[in-house]
Each structure stands twice: as C-alpha cells, then as structure tokens.
Design a protein. Sequence first.
Length: 166
Amino acid sequence: MGPSKLIFLIQAALIICLIYLAYVDWRSFRLPDLITLPLIASGIGFNCFSELRFTDPQSAVLGACLGYSFLWALNLAYRIFRGQSGIGMGDAKLLAGLGAWLGWASLPGILLVASVTGLIGGVLWLKWQNQSHQHAFPFGPFLAIAGIITLLWPQLIFPILTVNSI
C-alpha cells in the first residue's frame, strides 16, 4: 500500500472518530474518555513514530498540552467569575487530541472556526430547543467540524499557520 493510500486511510479513520465524537456529544453532552484519551495518545504516537506524520513530534506534544491547558484555563476563569463550569473537560481532551494530531499551530484556527460555528450553531440550537442563552449546548461537535476542516483544508483556516500535512 502506497503512502498516499495510507494517509487517506488514517485521515478517514480520524474523521470517522471525530464524527462519532460529535454525534455522542450532540446527543449526550459527553465526550467519553474511552475515545478522547486514545485520540490524544494515538496522535502523539503517530506523529512521533511514523514517517507519514502530519506534524513534527514536538508540535504534536505541545499541541496536546496547549489544547487541553487552554480550555482548562478558560473553564477555570469562567468558574472563578461565574461560580460554575462553562465548558466540559471532554472538550479540552478533544482539543488536546486535535492538537496531538495536527500540531500546536493548528489550534488557533480550530478554536476560531469552532467558536464562530459554535456561536451560530448554538444560537440556532437554543432557539430550536426554545431555551434561553443561559442553557448549555455541546461544543464538541463544533470542535470536531473545525478539526476536520483543518485536517482536509488547513490553508482555509489560517494560511500563515498551516498544518505540515502531506
């Protein structure tokens, strides 16, 4: 099997995983550790030990650490000011997984796309559910969509900070 076919299969598996996580989060407001933690480990492993990697090993490890840390810190700040959590740690693990697969430089673009689509989708979802803006809505599907877009078309997100994909 040639490298391009193998890359296609790896991308397809990653996309299927992200679609599944988006579906689960949309239905249950949960991102299971059973999938998010292996997503992080496999992203780091793939980029550290494969010649077909999407980014360099340091970028993968830093991406996982920064992805988790950013949403953890954001949630901590929200909890300090509002007295409750504002984002689930499953979302932080999903962003860590995306950072592990796509590298730290992809994180700003992923967060930008996820935030914009999440804002639009969240307002529509809350309207559809006849709920106020005080109610929660799942953010994982928007992270997953942004991750898929970044995986397939990194130049559309941030032309300056593109993923080193093949």
